[in-house]
Design a protein around this ligand. Structure first.
Ligand SMILES: NC(=O)c1ccc[n+]([C@@H]2O[C@H](COP(=O)([O-])OP(=O)(O)OC[C@H]3O[C@@H](n4cnc5c(N)ncnc54)[C@H](OP(=O)(O)O)[C@@H]3O)[C@@H](O)[C@H]2O)c1
Length: 264
């Protein structure tokens, strides 16, 4: 598999690290206008660093555009004459629709829009994917790329904005919950570093329990709530203070905001 990452910035480098560690690429072209910050990738024999997007595009089977949305139109215009129908075109640019990409390069190309999150750098991204009609032929290949960075799920393009809130913004939401738990643990007498470790591992354990058992969260809650015990006391107090409600309201506020940004 020959892959080009056009715009190897923060997310592009995370994707590159995931692909290299899974050893799923035979050649990996990384582009940036200034490639100095990519020098550490030189130790991988599969990697070619270049500031020339056309060279990378011409040599790859899969091209991942990981530039900021404001740069994407111009870059696509510059390389579109090189694109071949058998290549898979992937864009991770937030809010940049498949229709907009088709308007520049044409609908005859396989186009996939992907929304990973920053956990791609530790290969734990939740990535949502959508494709154009032609791209359906290569969606499994796109899933292979993003499964090397965590877990991927195909969804309709209309749901990508919602997925951005749940998965990309979601990283921040979960971070805040972990921080709040840490603050609570410090109040109960733990050192900050200990409190942080307790909060992180308990969060990780809770998610792993659900993933491995397939259980509903309430089933796992039932297992740890003794009648009249301390867990249900704390949980009910959190709900009286609006825990679930505030999360749902926050998710809806983010969704409203992302839709406003899109239509500006
Ligand atoms: N970070 C995330 O968690 C995340 C999650 C989902 C989606 N996204 C989307 O992913 C995209 C990239 O995000 P990011 O955080 O990785 O941004 P970033 O760090 O700014 O990376 C973009 C890179 O593109 C390069 N670039 C700019 N113009 C270029 C050109 N003409 N040719 C080649 N490279 C060029 C820039 O490097 P030079 O200045 O050296 O060229 C920069 O390093 C964005 O569209 C963002 O919306 C990000």
């Amino acid at each position: 598999m020959k892959v080009a990452i056009i715009g190897a910035g923060s997310l592009g480098q995370s994707i590159a690290k995931g692909l290299l560690s899974k050893k799923v690429v035979s050649s990996l072209y990384l582009t940036k206008r200034n490639t100095t910050s990519l020098e550490s990738f030189k130790r991988h024999k599969e990697v070619t660093l270049t500031a020339d997007n056309t060279f990378a595009v011409d040599n790859a089977d899969i091209i991942i555009f990981a530039v900021q949305p404001k740069h994407l139109s111009k870059i696509l215009e510059n390389v579109k004459y090189l694109l071949r129908k058998e290549q898979l075109i992937i864009s991770v640019a937030t809010g940049y629709s498949i229709g907009k990409i088709e308007n520049i390069i044409g609908a005859k190309h396989s186009i996939v829009r992907a929304m990973p999150n920053t956990a791609a750098s530790v290969r734990q991204s939740m990535t949502c994917l959508s494709s154009n009609e032609k791209g359906k032929e290569q969606i499994e290949l796109a899933k292979t790329v993003f499964d090397s960075l965590g877990v991927s799920m195909e969804i309709p393009e209309e749901q990508l904005q919602a997925a951005t809130v749940i998965c990309a913004s979601g990283i921040a939401f979960w971070m805040r919950l972990i921080r709040a738990t840490t603050q609570g643990a410090i109040q109960l007498g733990f050192e900050a570093a200990e409190a942080h470790e307790l909060a992180m591992q308990t969060c990780f354990g809770a998610a792993t329990l659900l993933k491995k058992s397939g259980n509903h969260p309430e089933a796992e809650i039932d297992r740890v709530t003794t009648p009249s015990g301390c867990t249900i006391e704390g949980l009910n107090e959190m709900e009286h203070q609006g825990l679930s409600s505030s999360l749902i309201k926050g998710i809806n506020a983010s969704f409203e905001k992302i839709n406003q940004i899109k239509t500006k």
